[in-house]
Design a protein around this ligand. Structure first.
Ligand code: SME
Length: 159
């Protein structure tokens, strides 16, 4: 859960940081660091880039994970791609198709990063929380705005 005030303030900070960033990797690093620093219920936050049917982990903040390469369809991350929509999981212990990053993780949210012109999936923002039910549609709306900003980095790179 994130308040509109928190979201606005954080998006302004992310915008300022992204203006300064020189490449996509650095921009993702900065954005994920800001999110983790300002939102205590985000215990892990990272970005996966979709390429050739695989999700490749880019910069992240939080515990080390072995899931650096996730096939489409696997886990919450891969399911977001197959179902072509965001995922909000209140308690990962209730899932069969789940890839554990940390044993403490309870809630997870995945929001897709899309090409603004074609809606093609470019990647996703993934966040974990150690608190059951930590994420709701306010987090989804916030992360969608972050995802839209990150999508422009793919475009900048293609220019
Ligand atoms: N839990 C994710 C894997 C990524 S880690 O949480 C960093 C999943 O089930 O796809």
């Amino acid at each position: 859960m994130i308040t509109p005030q928190q979201a606005d303030a954080l998006l302004r900070e992310i915008d300022a940081a992204l203006d300064e960033a020189t490449d996509r990797e650095q921009a993702i690093e900065t954005a994920t660091a800001l999110i983790a620093r300002h939102l205590p219920h985000y215990d892990w936050v990272g970005v996966y880039v979709l390429q050739d049917g695989m999700l490749n982990l880019g910069p992240y903040v939080g515990a080390h994970t072995e899931h650096t390469l996730i096939p489409v369809g696997k886990g919450v991350c891969g399911t977001a791609v197959t179902e072509n929509r965001s995922q909000i999981v209140a308690d990962v212990r209730a899932l069969d198709n789940y890839l554990a990053c940390s044993l403490e993780t309870r809630a997870e949210i995945v929001v897709l990063i899309r090409d603004p012109d074609t809606s093609r999936i470019l990647g996703q923002i993934d966040a974990d929380s150690d608190t059951v039910g930590a994420f709701d549609t306010s987090d989804e709306a916030f992360l969608e705005q972050v995802a839209a900003r990150l999508a422009s980095l793919w475009q900048r790179e293609a220019e």
